[in-house]
Ligand binder design. Structure first.
Ligand SMILES: Nc1ncnc2c1ncn2[C@@H]1O[C@H](COP(=O)(O)OP(=O)(O)OP(=O)(O)O)[C@@H](O)[C@H]1O
Length: 272
């Protein structure tokens, strides 16, 4: 059993190759400004890990460090170590294309490419390989099925992805990620632009994907974190506005009997 921890996470009981992701003593900076300090977090394979915490505490920053997408977008740099199934992802030997293929990401605002539904899903596959049309057709169908979108779009695959509703666009973006068969999917508030019905569909989808995939999801929605995750990590800022991991544990424990008073206060809506 993985016991709870308070401000300093306890050493992992698993050898790190058995963890999907393992952050140890991670500090993150934008330029010279430190926004996260000393984050150590284990992400268990085949589980959904929710990251919660008040605005600005570094949740998005943290998950963008997990597949090194942050450094593409900004002047982000990190200290400490992050391992992906035992491999240090900040090692110079890491192939970044391969890493980002294995650790996919879905963003807050659906961002389909301005092309057909089919081409959106096929896009990443074509970047990495040259499959025959029939293999590609199968991959597209299977990714759209896994993303619970196939039945809605199977007769309009050549239509522009931009003609879909927001919820459909987000499921399309999930299909696009799934088509290249990642081992981990990072989701940054994937439902924040969606209505309750579309949100429910994405939540059901997250639960069904968990069979084959490890998911890390940032959410502001406490009920959502409680409903869909196995483990929850609560981040918050200290007096100097630097984000920290305050507590991580099984979701039932975090929402039922969190160890740290700041976690309880946040969950009960007393701050943030
Ligand atoms: N590209 C960037 N350059 C400089 N500072 C940034 C950048 N992105 C984020 N920050 C700063 O880093 C801190 C953490 O931001 P981040 O977006 O990670 O927090 P968050 O917890 O995800 O917030 P929210 O819940 O509002 O999305 C904030 O102070 C933010 O202003």
């Amino acid at each position: 059993m993985h016991s709870s921890n308070s401000s300093k996470p306890t050493p992992t009981p698993l050898p790190t190759p058995d963890l999907a992701l393992c952050a140890r003593g991670v500090d993150v900076y934008y330029g010279t400004i430190k926004v996260l300090e000393d984050v150590s977090l284990d992400v268990y394979p085949g589980k959904v890990t929710a990251i919660i915490g008040p605005s600005g505490c570094g949740k998005s920053t943290f998950i963008k460090a997990l597949n090194r997408i942050g450094e593409l977008e900004s002047n982000m740099r990190i200290k400490g170590e992050i391992q992906f199934f035992g491999q240090n992802i900040y090692s110079q030997r890491v192939n970044l294309n391969r890493l980002r293929r294995q650790i996919g990401m879905v963003f807050q605002k659906p961002n389909p490419f301005p092309m057909s539904i089919y081409d959106n899903v096929a896009y990443g596959v074509r970047v990495f390989s040259r499959p025959s049309r029939s293999v590609l057709d199968e991959l597209v169908e299977s990714a759209l099925t896994d993303a619970a979108l196939w039945n809605e779009v199977k007769d309009s695959l050549t239509k522009s992805a931009l003609s879909l509703s927001g919820g459909q666009q987000q499921r399309l973006c999930i299909a696009r990620s799934l088509a290249i068969k990642p081992r981990v999917l990072l989701m940054d508030e994937p439902c924040s632009a969606l209505d309750p019905i579309a949100t429910l569909k994405i939540e059901e989808l997250i639960r069904s994907l968990q069979q084959e995939l490890t998911i890390v999801i940032v959410t502001h929605n406490m009920q959502q974190a409680a409903r869909i995750s196995d483990r929850t990590a609560f981040f918050s800022t200290d007096e100097s506005q630097v984000g920290r991991l305050i507590e991580t544990d099984a979701t039932a424990k975090i929402f039922g009997a969190a160890s740290h008073s700041r976690t309880r206060d946040y969950i009960e809506g007393r701050f943030g």
